[in-house]
Design a protein around this ligand. Sequence first.
Ligand code: NAP
Length: 357
Amino acid sequence: SFYRTLHMTTINKEKPVLVTGATGYVAGWLVKKLLDEGYTVHATVRNPNDTEKLKYLTAIAEKSAGKLIYFKADLLVAESFDEAMKDCELVFHTASPFISKVKDPQRDLVDPALIGTRNVLSSVEKTPSVKRVVLTSSSAAIIGDAIDCESYTNGIATEANWNTTSSVNHQAYNYSKVVAEKAAWEINKKQTRWDLVTINPSLVIGPGLNPFATSESFNIVKQIGDGSMRFGIPEFYLGFVDVRDVAEAHIKAGFTPSASGRYIISAENTNLLALTQALNKKFGKAFPLPTRYLPKSIVWIFAPLVGFKRKMITNNIGHVWKVDNTKSVQQLDMHYSPIDASIVEMFQQLVDNGVIK
Ligand code: NAP
């Protein structure tokens, strides 16, 4: 469209690109792809002196055409991203905690997401070379609970929808993502030098590069295999996408001059039981995989014992969760890989690493 051609942003490929939270599950594949394409990557980590934790990334860099430089930065420390951002035209802000069981949701989820996004964007404001910021948001910034989809057109969420139902006390992770993304758009709208593109993935699956990754993605898949769900799986509907596709979407969002706005990145809308069927063929004999749904009433009764609030169960189990990925296919030319293969590969990795026994 005319509006989109007015906002063309071309990134100089000779300049370094910044990736925040380089140790993350999603960021690992993004850093690898950038390095393989020959970019100089400025990678922020909390502790660049932890060579043991970083050795898998360092090894990836050594085998690649690009160059990896570590910088120390913390989401909660103002100005800590300044140095890493120097000379960069493109900033990928991926760092944000993705964990479910937290003691203090404000401190452990909302603060790092929101204050972190503000801190990164304050550095952008001070760094005249920056032309584009790609923010790793989430479909959690679009849908709070699955029941929200019932109020969206045809029951399917698009980039026009916003999560309005989460709070610090209910679906705190989703809340952390929506407040951080909203803050980013507000800051972006006050100026015209840099544009903002957001990546809004559904649940990311597939093998990780980081053997220490703490992403909640691993916990969810672990619970499918470790016997926690042997008597049945809650009827959770969700979208899924392979981690390598999410990394590719970041690169396309960064380097496609006309990319603009939010992009839902999701291969398929399905549910946990259907996803588990893909594992049954290969792993069903050796592992206590779930083969049926747990009745909602049972889940509702036992929810508090396993750390879930009943409101979460009421508003999610049995409610169809759906997102529309059309914009990503049309504007970023995304070709999604089948999620059945991704889940099998991820499960195999967890078995190989002794996480699922
Ligand atoms: P992850 O592996 O846990 O990565 C989180 C990253 O954030 C890590 O690099 C972590 O660094 C960093 N981080 C956390 N707190 C920090 C702090 N105070 N200062 C600096 N860095 C900090 O999780 P992930 O799944 O890859 O998530 C990456 C991004 O994708 C997040 O924005 C998440 O919301 C988004 N996302 C994930 C999914 C999914 O299904 N996985 C779906 C949609 C969106 P350390 O290594 O030092 O802890």
